[in-house]
Ligand binder design. Structure first.
Ligand SMILES: C[S@@+](CC[C@H](N)C(=O)[O-])C[C@H]1O[C@@H](n2cnc3c(N)ncnc32)[C@H](O)[C@@H]1O
Length: 391
């Protein structure tokens, strides 16, 4: 169904036409009907789509190894003698934090000591799922808080910030080349059928400014020369605001962003004429992104150079970018695969399922192709941070 009542009412109230950005925001984040807002989102192999932590605890264990290495460096470099934070943006069903805490519990490095966990999750429906998943750790007195970034006191947070598959869920603007000019894609209601259809609005000055800046800095043109009528792309207008919010809060910290990403020349190239956005439901993808708003996920790739540019303009240092497959191999995935062989004799089906989940994490046509971006902000500019995931 492309015209649920709740959304039609909202659009009519707003004059019959809304920007694509507003459409995506309602479809995902409306507190009563949005996919994440209402908590309808089902992650994992039995849900609508898998994320790396929802497959098994292995992903959180590997990332945990990296986080622990960074926490130790932050402590031992005397970069911070106060409390350290691990801040997870958009925690989904809580699988990542759950796996991470298990890893730190089992580690011999006492890494849990003096660490507080914060989940930054705007959607109440998802917070409920996370609280259920993390109940056992809350019961053990592990310091896990749900807060907005702005609610954390002071601008001097020390620690690790992680965003796995979060930027791809932020609402995007869509830009369409129409009648010789770039327009802002919109969504309107057909008066006769009450069905949603794509429409156009004039480009805003905020969008124009943001596109111009990227064009100058990255040497790209949007739309590309020779673009055909209807060429469409996504513009991640919220990324720089999101990064700024984090940058201003950090004293000494490392930010790990993991997501689907494409290079600018492909993202904004002639051949990518309908952008990257797709919807997910029951493990199936669809290009029909106006179908079942609120009942399916909407996700769009991020642009590698635009993200790095947005971060560097603020002052973040990019320590490197790598593919998930390579990062996880550097963090010990091959050794873990080997260890599983021992379990083949005791519980074959469990061992095979575990091996399959591990292989999915590095599958080059799926999760293995995700990009890992490591940024840091350190008060003492000469301090050095090493990252096994980038080696
Ligand atoms: C695709 S899920 C990723 C879940 C999790 N990180 C994982 O890897 O399993 C996207 C998550 O981001 C959350 N989210 C949406 N907008 C957000 C925002 N502005 N800040 C933080 N989280 C957000 C959603 O509610 C959801 O929990």
């Amino acid at each position: 169904m492309n015209n649920p009542d709740w959304l039609i009412k909202k659009i009519i109230k707003m004059g019959g036409t809304i920007s694509f950005y507003d459409y995506m925001n309602f479809a995902l984040n409306d507190p009563s009907n949005g996919y994440y807002g209402s908590g309808k989102a089902e992650l994992g192999a039995q849900g609508d789509f898998v994320t790396s932590p929802s497959l098994s605890d292995d992903f959180a264990f590997f990332v945990g190894k990296q986080i622990e290495e960074w926490l130790i460096q932050l402590k031992s470099n005397h970069l911070c003698d106060q409390k350290l934070f691990v801040i997870d943006f958009g925690a989904g069903d809580g699988s990542f934090i759950s796996g991470l805490i298990k890893y730190l519990f089992e580690s011999s490095n006492n890494s849990l000591e003096g660490v507080s966990f914060v989940i930054i999750e705007p959607n109440k429906g998802m917070i409920e799922k996370q609280k259920i998943k993390l109940q056992e750790f809350l019961g053990l007195g592990i310091d896990i808080l749900w807060k907005g970034l702005e609610e954390i006191e002071g601008n001097n947070i020390n620690g690790i910030f992680i965003a796995n598959e979060v930027l791809d869920a932020l609402p995007v603007e869509r830009l369409t080349f129409s009648k010789g000019k770039l327009c802002r894609q919109a969504v309107s209601i057909d008066k006769k059928s009450s069905r949603l259809f794509f429409d156009e609005l004039p480009i805003t000055s905020e969008l124009e400014k943001s596109i111009k800046l990227a064009e100058i800095k990255l040497g790209i043109t949007i739309p590309p020369g020779d673009a055909l009528e209807g060429w469409t792309t996504e513009w991640h207008i919220d990324n720089s605001k999101w990064l700024k919010g984090i940058y201003e809060k950090i004293n000494n910290g490392i930010l790990l962003i993991i997501d689907y990403a494409k290079e600018a020349r492909n993202y904004y190239g002639l051949r990518n004429s309908n952008g990257t956005i797709i919807s997910y439901k029951n493990q199936k993808t669809s290009n029909n992104i106006l179908e079942s708003p609120g009942d399916s996920d909407l996700t769009s790739h991020i642009c590698i150079e635009t993200l790095i540019n947005d971060a560097e303009i603020l002052g973040f240092k990019n320590l490197g970018t790598t593919k998930q497959g390579e990062a996880l191999l550097a963090l010990g995935l091959a050794e873990r695969l080997y260890e599983i062989q021992k379990d083949f004799k005791t519980d074959l089906s469990k061992a095979l399922a575990r091996r399959e989940a591990l292989l999915r994490l590095v599958d080059p046509i799926c999760l293995g192709n995700f990009k890992w971006f490591v940024f840091h902000k350190l008060k003492e500019k000469k301090s050095n941070i090493t990252s096994t995931c980038l080696s």
